[in-house]
Ligand binder design. Structure first.
Ligand SMILES: Cc1ncc(COP(=O)(O)O)c(C=O)c1O
Length: 482
């Protein structure tokens, strides 16, 4: 992709694949979208996929597979124990990461459950550059705490810093000293930091951070779920990395960590997960948790077909043509919105384009979930399903008060190899319209609020009749879209 230039046309991202299987889409009329949003309790997780035009909720488990991934599924070796498929998968991971021991799990949060169960005790403090919802939920479930030490520039929405996921090294060392190493079971570094806009972390920062941990004898854990985007950014943005192959950079990163885990719904473009453990004794200390929670040690709750597909997907993640498609589409989308004045997280990261709802709908107080309201507005006005990543995705403090998120984002995910440039243009167009009509959007409040991970299953309602007014203004401009 990066080597294609144009004669007359302005540069645009280019798909380095062709479409072989398609899924029909439909755009429901505006009035029906409004009804569907009400029925979904103003929570985009509750919408039915058939009622959605462009599903930009997530990249998780919805990336397009390649022909090679699909065909690999045919040779899957179905066995409860000793499946050849598992050995092929573990071999590929050993080749790419240089780590011998692999614990399979059904998805990323299952890996987080195993790691937290093994290492976290009441009062433990797990240090991270930034949390991910499920990683944090497993730690707090066991009485642990999370300290997030991303550099403060990482939380500034408009920026040209290339690595906004970097951890503050001074704060890391100070935190270890304050907590004492014995109380820090591990430091978790997240590649392609999900909740702050898919922002990458530099190799130099990972090296320095893991160096500090080693000095204090603390285990280092890499969440590699979004590693493929991070690899692209290290190669294209970090000094001294342009001449290294993706494979070399991947190995340099892997060599820094004791444990690497990932969601293969993201890394590997299939559905599953795994924990790679360098130390044999440490591996054995976690081993029994796999048959207990996941499945036998050679499938870990995954379908063998998916394992074969992800084995090919891991290899494809080392291909610059494959891993650059997502970040380049996101960059295109972010630049076009930014030029129009729409508040977006810059520079574009991985995973998706992220709207800054605090600025976008600055008239909605954080207690009324501005990002949650904006994400509903985008479904009503265009049939686009995004995801709230802000206060609604947090859990309340112990005293019941809201824990206000440090960023209020609407994520418009671009699952890899799924959307075309014309669909991306449509999204840009509808976001511009919603931005020009943003004063019509109002807040939300809970009707049913689960205690844990409330963003998945919570039911909300609008604070007044703003959705009807918004839909009416949209229909006045675009008709009924029937
Ligand atoms: C960075 C990160 N870690 C962990 C997970 C959890 O993975 P899964 O959804 O497969 O449970 C995700 C999922 O989105 C993620 O983005």
């Amino acid at each position: 992709m990066p080597h294609i230039t144009f004669y007359k046309h302005e540069p645009i991202p280019m798909e380095m694949h062709k479409v072989k299987i398609v899924q029909q889409l439909q755009l429901l009329p505006t009035a029906q979208r409004l009804e569907k949003m009400k029925a979904a309790g103003f929570n985009t997780f509750q919408l039915h996929n058939g009622d959605i035009f462009l599903d930009m909720l997530t990249d998780s488990g919805v990336n397009a597979m390649s022909d090679n991934m699909q065909s690999a599924m045919l040779r899957a070796d179905d066995a409860y124990a000793g499946s050849e498929t598992f050995y092929r998968m573990a071999d590929k991971l050993r080749q790419l990461f240089g780590i011998d021991h692999c614990l399979p799990a059904h998805q990323g949060r299952a890996c987080e459950n195993i790691l937290a169960t093994r290492f976290v005790k009441p009062g433990s403090c797990v240090i991270m550059n930034y949390h991910f919802t499920t990683a944090k939920a497993h730690i707090t479930r066991l009485g642990g705490r999370v300290e997030e030490l991303v550099k403060k520039e990482g939380l500034v929405s408009k920026s040209d810093l290339p690595f906004k996921g970097d951890i503050d090294l001074e704060a890391l060392e100070a935190c270890i000293q304050k907590e004492t190493p014995a109380n820090v079971p591990f430091v978790r570094i997240e590649a392609g930091t999900n909740l702050i806009g898919g922002q990458p972390i530099s190799y130099a920062n990972m090296k320095a951070a893991t160096g500090i941990c080693k000095k204090y004898g603390i285990l280092t854990v890499l969440d590699a779920s979004l590693l493929q985007d991070n690899l692209y950014f290290i190669k294209t943005r970090e000094e001294g990395m342009a001449d290294k192959s993706v494979r070399e950079i991947n190995r340099m990163i892997a060599d820094l960590f004791d444990i690497i885990y990932f969601s293969a719904r993201k890394f590997g473009f299939a559905r599953g997960g795994a924990i790679l453990v360098r130390d044999e004794a440490l591996y054995h200390s976690m081993e029994d948790l796999v048959p207990m929670f996941e499945g036998f040690l050679t499938y870990g709750g995954m379908s063998v077909k998916e394992m074969e597909a992800m084995t090919v997907g891991f290899e494809e993640s080392m291909d610059m043509d494959v891993i650059s498609q997502g970040p380049q589409f996101i960059d295109y989308c972010v630049r076009r919105l930014d030029e129009y004045g729409v508040p977006v997280i810059t520079p574009g990261g991985g995973l998706g384009a992220h709207l800054d709802a605090v600025q976008f709908v600055d008239h909605i107080p954080q207690e009324q979930y501005p990002a949650g309201a904006l994400v509903c507005a985008l479904y009503i006005c265009g049939g686009i399903r995004g995801m709230e990543r802000g206060t609604l995705s947090e859990e309340r403090n112990a005293d019941g008060s809201e824990r206000l998120a440090s960023m209020e984002l609407v994520r418009l995910a671009l699952p890899r190899r799924v959307f075309t440039l014309s669909q991306t243009e449509y999204v840009i167009d509808r976001v511009k319209w919603v931005y020009d009509h943003r004063r019509l959007i109002g807040g939300l409040r809970f009707v049913h609020e689960p205690k844990t991970l409330r963003f998945f299953t919570g039911i909300l309602e609008p604070v007044d009749d703003w959705p009807e007014k918004l839909a009416a203004a949209y229909e006045a401009d675009f008709g009924k879209e029937q």
